[in-house]
Design a protein around this ligand. Structure first.
Ligand code: EPZ
Length: 419
């Protein structure tokens, strides 16, 4: 397994591009199941999770081929299986959103339940109850969700929490259901909106994506389409923190500036200079003149949970006490334990972490536990004295395209080595 070596202390400078959004790409790839015609997706990031999604779809009979560095053509002319196996879903829980489109297309689906993961239990009860409301007969057997429905029928559905995955799964099941579906307390994330745009380009009738209530008018069938995936706001935010934590001056290109309001507000509150341009974000200042902040993660448009770990690394460099509260997942502070090994002063009380910042971090051997925690350790390494060694970087490869190359292009002393 590879590891990353970082010798900190360099102020990052220069320009860096953001790749396509992982969390928009994954449901959009699954939506290819909803038509027997080819679809072409552009701005697709080269990530492990994308490869996993393509392998899952291939197992269902979906043909796919890269038609460009970041462009894929998929065709689900024939669906030859109804099963998403445990091995696949276990490695990437986002696979679970294959349930809705597979059921809508073929009338049958047997999808492994994803089980828990490092950051929490992550149940799928809202996915199941929503799709059951659309008329599916669903039972749980041997760790699999087994669903049947000759033709789904529209329904009025309330989500107890605005779950991103449940919203996406239910949307993809509802677009060819008979009649109207009203999804209330829906997730508003930009990735949900991008999926809805793609479905609409295939002929679906969807209204209100991005608001709490999404209306769907079922259609008989969907046709092929082309779509360019939105930029990855979490990568953009992660790169902004990299500039701030090193006190550098970085311009981030292809940035979805309008989707980062909560993040930019927090960075500015910390004293980071953030200038938004047309698709670009210039981030400068930052360390060492950082101010402490209070931060709560919330569903979009609140502060994204996927940037919580990165911000925790940043506030360790802000003299004073910062308070971070994680309201989305119940166990998303694993990175704190590793940051403490680098000298960070963090006290955790349930969903809240209290960070006494302003101390230099020291490089140390640390271990990545999940995708965003590994980014937090990279960021800490960029600011730390001497060398930080991060093992299990395969977590990074799931969600960041060529991150070491991007950071090295900004002057970071970062090297990827075989362990
Ligand atoms: C998506 O996960 C993202 N993944 C996550 O990003 C992100 O952290 C999360 O949304 C929240 O924004 C993808 O889009 C592939 P949820 P998802 O369903 O859909 C509870 C990353 O790093 N819940 O919105 O799984 C759940 O336990 C990943 O890129 C239920 O209770 O998140 C959690 O507490 C990590 N029942 C909350 O809702 C359900 O049926 C939010 O989960 C579903 C969810």
């Amino acid at each position: 397994m590879d590891k990353m070596l970082i010798r900190g202390g360099v102020k990052l400078t220069g320009e860096v591009p953001v790749s396509g959004s992982k969390n928009a790409t994954l449901p959009i790839l699954m939506a290819a199941l909803l038509t027997d015609e080819p679809v072409r997706i552009r701005n697709v990031p080269r990530l492990r999770d994308v490869a996993t999604a393509l392998a899952l779809l291939n197992g269902l009979g979906v043909e796919s081929r890269w038609t460009g560095e970041h462009e894929i053509e998929l065709c689900a002319a024939r669906v030859t299986s109804h099963e998403a196996p445990y091995e696949m879903v276990k490695t990437m829980r986002a696979s679970f959103v294959v349930l809705g489109p597979l059921l809508a297309r073929t009338g049958r689906a047997r999808v492994s339940t994803p089980g828990g993961c490092a950051i929490g239990a992550r149940p799928v009860n809202l996915h199941i109850s929503g799709i059951r409301s659309l008329g599916a007969r669903i039972q749980l057997r041997n760790g699999y969700v087994e669903a049947h429905a000759e033709r789904l029928s529209g329904a009025r559905i309330w989500l107890d929490t605005p779950s991103v995955g449940a919203t996406e799964n239910i949307l993809m099941a509802a677009v060819t259901a008979r009649g109207q579906t009203q999804l209330e307390n829906a997730a508003r994330e930009p990735e949900v909106q991008d999926l809805a745009r793609f479905l609409a380009s295939m002929g679906a009738k969807i209204y209100g994506a991005g608001s709490h209530v999404i209306e769907v008018e079922g259609v008989e069938r969907l046709h092929g389409a082309e779509h360019a995936v939105i930029a990855d706001r979490i990568e953009a935010g992660s790169l902004a923190v990299a500039a701030a934590i090193t006190g550098g001056d970085v311009t981030i290109r292809n940035t979805p500036v309008g989707q980062l309001d909560a993040v930019l507000a927090k960075l500015r509150e910390m004293g980071v200079a953030v200038t938004a341009g047309d698709g670009t974000l210039r981030v400068s200042g930052g360390a060492p003149a950082l101010r402490p902040v209070e931060l709560r993660t919330l569903p979009y448009p609140g502060f994204p949970t996927d940037l919580q770990a990165q911000m925790m690394a940043l506030v360790t460099q802000a003299a004073g006490t910062s308070v971070i509260t994680e309201t989305i997942f119940e166990n998303r502070f694993m990175h704190a334990l590793e940051l403490m090994r680098m000298g960070a002063d963090i006290v955790m009380k349930g969903p809240t972490a209290i960070v006494h910042g302003g101390t230099r971090l020291q490089g140390a051997p640390v271990m990545a536990t999940d995708l965003r925690a590994s980014m937090s350790l990279i960021l800490a390494g960029l600011a730390a004295e001497n060398v930080t060694e991060i093992s299990r970087v395969y977590h990074l490869d799931r969600g960041y395209e060529a991150l070491d190359k991007k950071l090295a292009s900004l002057g970071a002393r970062i090297e990827r080595v075989n362990e």
